[in-house]
Design a binder for this molecule. Structure first.
Ligand code: PMV
Length: 294
C-alpha cells in the first residue's frame, strides 16, 4: 500500500487563521509517497510520527517518505505524514481523516489551526472560515471553531520556492501570538489579512491571476510586520514581484517557502536559479490524499 499525500500552500491568511479569520489554501501537484514498512530496528522518529504510530497501536514500523520537498518548508509535511500514516492503516472519510490528523498534530504541537490537515484531506482550494463554496466540515478546539469549504475553480500555476532554511511553525506562531496579545495593532493586521483573503477568494474564483498576485503582495507586506520574513525570503519575493504577478511567504515563515504567481516564467525561473534556491514549477491540484495498492 502506498499513500500519495499532497503538499499544500496557504495562498492567503496564515497566522490570521489561528485566531479564527478566513484563509485560503490549496493542495499543489507535488505528492509525497508514504509507505509503512515492517522493521525491527526500533528507529528514531519525530514526535508526530511516534504519536501517530502509538495512536494506531503500531510497533516496529518504519515510515518511508519519498518527496523532493524538504520538511520544515511550510508546505505541510508534518500534516501530510500524519494523514498518510493514518490512511495507510485505516479507511477514513475525508472529514474523519481531517479531524483525527488535526487532533494528533495539535497534541504534538500544542498550537496552530487545522488548516493543513483539512486541506490535505479535502484537496483543491479550501476556504477556512468563509461563506463561499461547498461546505465541508467544522473543527473546534479551545473555544475556536474553524469551518471549511471547498472552492471549485480552475487550477492556477504556482512557482513554489524553498528559501533554504527551515521555519519552526511553533516558534513563529508563538512570536505572532505575543504581538496579538499585546495590543490592537496586531488585531488590525489580522482583520486586514482577513479582508485580503475574502477578496482573494473572489479573484481565484474568477481566474483573475493578476488580482491574486496583487493581493499576495499585500498579504506579504502585512505578514512582514511580525518579523517572520527573512533576507532570503525578501530576495525571492522581490524576484517574484518583478517576473510574476505577485509573491508571498507561505506557511508560518521564519524560513520555509515562497509562492509566486508566474507572469514571465522563463525569466522568473532563470533569476531564481541565480539565487541557488530550490524551485518547484507547479500548480494547484484538485486532488487530496489518496491510497493505492502497489
Ligand atoms: O508552516 P505551516 O505549513 O505549518 O503553516 C502554518 C500556518 C499557520 O497559520 C502559521 C499556523 C496554523 O497552524 O494555522
Amino acid at each position: 500500500m502506498v499513500v500519495y499525500s499532497p503538499h499544500k500552500v496557504i495562498i492567503f491568511g496564515e497566522h490570521a487563521v489561528v485566531y479564527g479569520y478566513p484563509a485560503l489554501s490549496a493542495t499543489v501537484d507535488l505528492f509525497a509517497k508514504i509507505y509503512l514498512i515492517p522493521s525491527r530496528s526500533g528507529l528514531q522518529y519525530t514526535p508526530f510520527v511516534q504519536r501517530t504510530l502509538a495512536y494506531l497501536g503500531l510497533n516496529n514500523i518504519y515510515v518511508k517518505v519519498e518527496t523532493n520537498v524538504p520538511s520544515g518548508s511550510g508546505l505541510g509535511t508534518s500534516s501530510m505524514i500524519i494523514a498518510g500514516i493514518l490512511m495507510s492503516e485505516r479507511n477514513y472519510t475525508k472529514e474523519q481523516l481531517a479531524k483525527e490528523a488535526f487532533s494528533i498534530e495539535y497534541e504534538t504541537q500544542g498550537l496552530g489551526s487545522p488548516i493543513d490537515t483539512s486541506t490535505i484531506s479535502a484537496g483543491g482550494f479550501v476556504l477556512t472560515n468563509g461563506n463561499e463554496g461547498i461546505p465541508l466540515w467544522k473543527i473546534e478546539k479551545n473555544g475556536i471553531t474553524w469551518n471549511f469549504s471547498s472552492i471549485p475553480t480552475r487550477n492556477m500555476e504556482l512557482v513554489v520556492v524553498y528559501s533554504g532554511s527551515k521555519g519552526s511553525t511553533r516558534e513563529q506562531v508563538a512570536k505572532v501570538r505575543k504581538f496579538y496579545e499585546r495590543g490592537s495593532f496586531a488585531k488590525d493586521i489580522m482583520k486586514r489579512i482577513g479582508g485580503i483573503t475574502q477578496e482573494g477568494v473572489k479573484a481565484v474564483t474568477n481566474g483573475d491571476i493578476a488580482k491574486v498576485g496583487e493581493l499576495m503582495n499585500e498579504n506579504h507586506s502585512e505578514l512582514k510586520v511580525f518579523g517572520i520574513s527573512t533576507d532570503q525570503i525578501e530576495k525571492i519575493v522581490s524576484i517574484g514581484r518583478e517576473y510574476g504577478y505577485g509573491a508571498k511567504l507561505t506557511g508560518a515563515g521564519g524560513g520555509g517557502a515562497v509562492i509566486i504567481v508566474p507572469r514571465d516564467k522563463e525569466k522568473l525561473l532563470k533569476k531564481l536559479k541565480e539565487l541557488n534556491v530550490m524551485v518547484f514549477d507547479t500548480s494547484t491540484t484538485s486532488a487530496g490524499i489518496f491510497k493505492r495498492s502497489e
